[in-house]
Ligand binder design. Sequence first.
Ligand code: ADP
Ligand code: MG
Length: 467
Amino acid sequence: MAEIKLSEMRDLTRIERIGAHSHIRGLGLDSALEARSSSEGMVGQTSARKAAGVIVKMVQEGKIAGRAVLLAGQPGTGKTAIAMGMAKSIGQETPFAMLAGSELFSLEMSKTEALMQAFRKAIGVRIKEETEVIEGEVVEVQIDRPAVAGAASKTGKLTLKTTEMETVYDLGGKMIEALGKEKVQSGDVIAIDKASGKITKLGRSFSRSRDYDAMGPQTKFVQCPDGELQKRKEVVHCVTLHEIDVINSRTQGFLALFTGDTGEIRAEVREQIDTKVAEWREEGKAEIVPGVLFIDEVHMLDIECFSFLNRALENDMAPILVVATNRGITSIRGTNYKSPHGIPIDFLDRLLIISTQPYTPEDIRKILDIRCQEEDVEMSEDAKVLLTKIGEDTSLRYAINLITASALACLKRKGRVVEMEDISRVYELFYDVKRSTQYLMEYQSQYMFSEVPAGEGDEDETNAMVS
Ligand SMILES: Nc1ncnc2c1ncn2[C@@H]1O[C@H](COP(=O)(O)OP(=O)(O)O)[C@@H](O)[C@H]1O
Ligand SMILES: [Mg+2]
């Protein structure tokens, strides 16, 4: 690999699983990092949110690598929601990668390879490149009629000016096409990348601000550039190490980034890339941007994964690792040892622990309000009171799930507003964990592989932190 490919990267939008957390738009903190009682879709859980905000701040200030944070708390107390909030408030340029512990065991690659890829998705590289651009206000675009009808190559002329000079450029077919695609017309201020021929519209010149015909509501006005038409400009790309890995691994190719079908990446490829990136850093061409790697359900990891994490965090490019679990004292996967959260003590020792607390009825009510809005469900006051009560007695997540179901029940009876009757209907229809467990206890002899001796059993998920 003589040179590392970079051209094809950029703007691969992060793939996030939305749905349950679609209402979360940030952490809802003020400028002093205090949690607002309800903001950006976030309600309550103020100290955990504040702590998460401090972590985000650390990440944004950059340069801090290899720290790890644990979000610990009962199911449905907003651990995943807080991680989503961190992702949203961290900014576009900082990478955020997310992984659920169980995914490691279902991918078609080794656990450590999957973890390695996740780590490298959370490490950004900011690369500076100098390019030559032509930047000016379009005076005129003139396209010649082909002498012979249907002749393949069009020609034309483009006149550009700055406040100090004006130049006429000859146009080839490719440029004409590009100008057409961007709908460039006189009065636009454009930049042309000399190496790639890429045209960027910067806006409309202020001198045309009275030209009502040629603008939409979003028209942006800019000054006519001054000085020379040709300039050297510094452009900055931000990519992740994983993106560089995939693009440069011959068996995969660039498209693998979209299909997610990246397979295992050879160690030599990574070594070469690390060497190259180190060179760029020394030359001042590149900077490392440590991002955030979030591993949900971390108790699903086994002892091998934990030792991988221990080692990976020592790397000087390591991202900030955030893990979450709802387990109390339980055995570490792959061993017979028990430990807090199912996490080995040596790894636990690295972690800053943020704990999430059960919600108050007011918080539950507010979160349900937000979810109703998010799902476009209208609900009567009585119904909301009932649903809040259900949320207190069962779980927040169960109550949230009933919103959609009760809206369907309401629709079925041709109602417009969800009433108490719809809520109680779906409450009977869908069991929560408590009732389901009770039912299983009563009828277990009729199920296959029943292991619980009569009269015993956990109320929640096995080992989950039940207060
Ligand atoms: N503080 C909060 N503000 C708004 N919505 C929340 C909050 N906490 C949890 N939720 C929502 O409640 C549901 C359950 O929370 P979740 O984050 O999945 O819990 P956990 O990961 O701790 O089990 C999700 O839909 C989540 O978006
Ligand atoms: Mg969760």
